[in-house]
Write a protein that binds this ligand. Structure first.
Ligand SMILES: Cc1cc2nc3c(=O)[nH]c(=O)nc-3n(C[C@H](O)[C@H](O)[C@H](O)COP(=O)(O)OP(=O)(O)OC[C@H]3O[C@@H](n4cnc5c(N)ncnc54)[C@H](O)[C@@H]3O)c2cc1C
Length: 402
C-alpha cells in the first residue's frame, strides 16, 4: 500500500463499491443518475480530491473501481467519451481552479458533455509545439483564429481541449496557453474527415474569431505546453491500457478468429505459432501496464507511459492482420463503405468486425503520437540517449522558417 492511499486498499474500495451499488442498484437506476451519484460519492475518479469526484486515494485503485462497476453491469463510457475520461478529467483536475473543476468534471463524468482534443494542426502534429492557432487577449476574452485537424468526436463534443499561441515572440514551447473551448460558441465550425474505414470519426475544426472567456484558460498564460504534457501523458496511458484483463481486447478477437478458422479447416501450424507469439506479447504488455500503474501510485504518468502506447499500437496492427489472414477470402470483403459518423452513444475507435478493426488499427501507430515519436521519447527521456538536433528550440516562433 502506498503512502498516498490514505489507508485504503483494494478490500476497502471493493466494500465502498458494494455499499454504493446496494443503494443504487444497476437494474433500477438510470445510467446517468447512477454516474452522477457515483461522482458525488467520490467513486468517479477515486484518486481525485474529495468533492471533485474522488476520495484522494491512490490512482492505482481507480482501474479496479472502474472494473467493479463494469462487472456489476454498468455501461462502459470510455469509447463514448475517451478524451473526456482518458485525458480531459486529469488535465482539469491537475491544472484547473476549483471553479473550473466544479464546472467541468461532473458533466464530463456523467456523459452529459463529451470532450474533444484540439491539438493537431495541418502544420503541427508530431511537432505539436510548432502550432499556429492564435489566441489574442481582448478584454475579458481571447479571440481565437486557426485550424485544427484530426479532431476525434468534435462533431458530438460540447467541450474541447485547445492549445493556442498567445505569444509568437517567444520560442515555440513557451508562447502557448491552454483553454477549454465551448464547441457551440460562434466561430467554431466542425467539418467531417473520412478515414480508411469509411467512417468519419474525426474532423477539421475551423476557428474564426471564436471568443474564449479568459476564465476558461487552464493554467497560467504561457504555461500551455506544461498543461498539454499532462494531457499527452494521460493520453498515452489511456490508449495503451485498453484491454486490462488477460485475454481481453484485440487478442481475444484473435483467439476467436483462430477457433472459427480451425473449425473451417483454415488454421494451420504457422497460424497457431503466430497466435501464440502474439498472445505472449499481449500478456507481457498487459502485465507491464499493471506493474507501471502500481509503481506510479498517485503520480501523473511520465514518459515511460510511451511504452504502453507503443506496444499497444504495434501489437494491435499485428493481431488484426492475423485475424484478417484467418478470415480467408472473406477477409477482403467489407459489407458497406457508406460514410458514417460515431454518435454520442456509439463513440470512437473499436469495431467488432475484424476487417474494419484491421483498417482502424493502422491508425493506432499515428493517433496519440506516432510510434517513431514514442521511440524518440523512450530513447531520450527514459534511456537517456542523445537527443535529436532541434534547431528551432530557442528561436522566437515567428522567426522560424516555415
Ligand atoms: C485516428 C486518429 C485520431 C486522431 N485524433 C486526434 C485528436 O482527437 N486530436 C488531435 O489533436 N489530434 C488527433 N490525431 C492526430 C495525431 O495526433 C497526429 O496525426 C500525430 O501526432 C502525427 O502528426 P501528423 O499527422 O501531423 O504527422 P507528422 O508529424 O507530419 O509525421 C509524419 C511522419 O513523420 C514521422 N516523424 C515526424 N517527426 C519525427 C521525428 N522527430 N522522428 C522520427 N519520425 C518522425 C512520423 O512518425 C510520421 O511517420 C489523430 C490521428 C488519428 C490517426
Amino acid at each position: 500500500m502506498s503512502e498516498q492511499s490514505n489507508g485504503a486498499d483494494e478490500a476497502t474500495v471493493e466494500r465502498l463499491v458494494k455499499d454504493f451499488l446496494a443503494e443504487h442498484p444497476v437494474e433500477s437506476t438510470p445510467d446517468r443518475e447512477l454516474r452522477a451519484a457515483r461522482f458525488d460519492a467520490g467513486l468517479a475518479f477515486v484518486h481525485f480530491d474529495k468533492g471533485f469526484g474522488g476520495l484522494g486515494l491512490d490512482s492505482s485503485l481507480s482501474g479496479l473501481v472502474e472494473q467493479l462497476f463494469l462487472d456489476a453491469g454498468c455501461p462502459d463510457w470510455m469509447g463514448r467519451n475517451v478524451i473526456g475520461l482518458g485525458m480531459a478529467a486529469q488535465t482539469v483536475h491537475t491544472h484547473g481552479t476549483d471553479e473550473q473543476r466544479a464546472q467541468y468534471l461532473k458533466p464530463l463524468f456523467t456523459g452529459e458533455e463529451i470532450w474533444c482534443q484540439l491539438f493537431s494542426e495541418p502544420g503541427a502534429g508530431s511537432d505539436l509545439a510548432a502550432l499556429g492557432t492564435r489566441a489574442i487577449p481582448d478584454g475579458e476574452n481571447y479571440v481565437v483564429n486557426g485550424q485544427k485537424i484530426w479532431t476525434s468526436l468534435a462533431h458530438v463534443a460540447r467541450r474541447g481541449l485547445l492549445v493556442a499561441r498567445t505569444d509568437p515572440d517567444l520560442p515555440k514551447h513557451r508562447g502557448l496557453s491552454y483553454f477549454v473551448l465551448d464547441m457551440q460558441a460562434p466561430g467554431v465550425e466542425v467539418r467531417p474527415l473520412r478515414q480508411l474505414t469509411g467512417q468519419a470519426e474525426f474532423n477539421e475544426v475551423y476557428l474564426t474569431d471564436a471568443l474564449v472567456p479568459a476564465s476558461d484558460r487552464l493554467g497560467a498564460v504561457g504555461e500551455g505546453w506544461r498543461v498539454a504534457m499532462t494531457t499527452l501523458m494521460n493520453e498515452r496511458v489511456a490508449i495503451g491500457r485498453r484491454g486490462s484483463r488477460r485475454g481481453e481486447g484485440s487478442i481475444g478477437a484473435a483467439v476467436a478468429a483462430f477457433r472459427a478458422a480451425a473449425e473451417a479447416g483454415r488454421a494451420d501450424a504457422s497460424a497457431r505459432d503466430r497466435l501464440i507469439r502474439l498472445w505472449t506479447r499481449a500478456e507481457a504488455a498487459r502485465l507491464t501496464n499493471v506493474r507501471a500503474a502500481a509503481q506510479r501510485g498517485a503520480k501523473i504518468p511520465g514518459p515511460e507511459g510511451s511504452i504502453a502506447k507503443l506496444q499497444m499500437a504495434e501489437l494491435n496492427k499485428a493481431i488484426y492482420e492475423l485475424c484478417v489472414d484467418l478470415s480467408g477470402p472473406a477477409g477482403l470483403q467489407i459489407d458497406t463503405y457508406e460514410m458514417s459518423q460515431p454518435t454520442q452513444s456509439s463513440g470512437a475507435g473499436g469495431s467488432v468486425d475484424v476487417r474494419r478493426a484491421f483498417l482502424r488499427s493502422l491508425a493506432n501507430s499515428i493517433e496519440g503520437g506516432t510510434s517513431e515519436v514514442m521511440r524518440n521519447i523512450l530513447g531520450e527521456r527514459v534511456l537517456g540517449l542523445p537527443g535529436e538536433p532541434r534547431v528551432d528550440r530557442d528561436l522566437a516562433w515567428k522567426d522560424v522558417p516555415r
